[in-house]
Design a protein around this ligand. Sequence first.
Ligand code: GLU
Length: 444
Amino acid sequence: MSVVTRFAPSPTGTLHVGNVRTALHNWLLARQAGGRFLLRIDDTDQARSREDYVEAIRADLEWLGLVPDGEERQSARFDLYEREFRKLVEAGRVYRCYETAQELDLKRKVLLGRGLPPIYDRAALDLTEADHEAKAAAGERPHWRFLLDRTRAIEWIDGIRGRQHFDAAQMSDPVIRRADGSWLYMLPSVIDDIAMGVTDVLRGEDHVSNTATQVQMFAAFGMDPPAFAHEALLVGSEGKLSKRLGSLGMAELRAEGIEPEAVLSLLARLGTSQPVEAVIDREQLAANFQLDTFGRAPARFDEAELARLNAQVVHQLPFAAVAERLPDGMDEAAWQAVRPNLATVAEAADWWAVIKGPVSAPDFEGEDRSYLKAAADALAAQEWGDNPRAALTGALKESTGRKGKALFLPLRLALTGREHGPDMAALLPLIGRDEVLARLRALG
Ligand code: GLU
């Protein structure tokens, strides 16, 4: 049986890092097994779903390189839900209820007041057909609950949490359909997982109790449930579910110069026992993805860690991957020269400006001035060659007796205007002989 996973966002907002983590893990799981990764747009809530969010979700997945092998929309599948729902009606696994929110609230309070768990009392099961007709005649429309089978223990082996056990007698029959006919999340998801042949459901642990109910829904349709795994939630570096984390989207990260590979590298390993490493090859992430390395503790997302990882990713990116984002004229040699010094690809433009000039170097005085003049003279007198920096510093070492910082720093400052930066051996050929001479002569 080939693996099918799905990522099922509701298009009521853009993706944040938590959603992206779930999407990534489902992608990795499918990819690793040579299976299929589906995007399921959970847009049954037509009032809150928005088309621009659907588009943003697609665009974010594309940017991340998590391209789905198929896309489905729940709003296009209402006929199927209706048909499957009718089967449950006939089998007596769903039932009509009329309690208002206030009535239910009151029931809950009474139970809690008596120290009992606030479980729905199934009062609606006692209604006769005549009662239903009377209610319909009075213009009351039912909402529907799924009838849990309280004779059966609910159990599954969770891919991350291990053996899970729930007692259906301790659970309320979930409302699955509202009085206006609209669907709640629970049942359509099961119908879709069956129809789409989903073999593995990997999602956040906030869904564990939904799973307990859904396991019985699969059984009600005569199906085995998929393999479930629930991952610990993502929290901010301060250890809490931060507002920032809940809203931190891909557009923002992208604007900050974060590469998709950095996001993926971090989210693939966060919360696992495997080390977080900058990996630019998604297939490599897939090959090493292991559910049994996931821990139960919340995974801490740290933006500073993401920034560090981003720099490590940038240092590995080949020219072809960044060429169209580099300034006009910046070639592979220039990219190779500056890449180790970048935190973001955009910073390459700063170094390109340094290479092309003009640079604003500090004013040099006294000895340093004569040193730069000596450098210009030495350079003018020698062959440019393959490694002009080695030839130049070799000559200057001999003629001036300088070494170390005193030898290198004035040259770096004069030629780049900065104290730190890419290897001068790589920069000099890029700046070019005439321009190097001009920059030295202007100061020496
Ligand atoms: N639309 C649901 C959510 O975003 C999907 C949950 C699931 O993966 O089944 O929470």
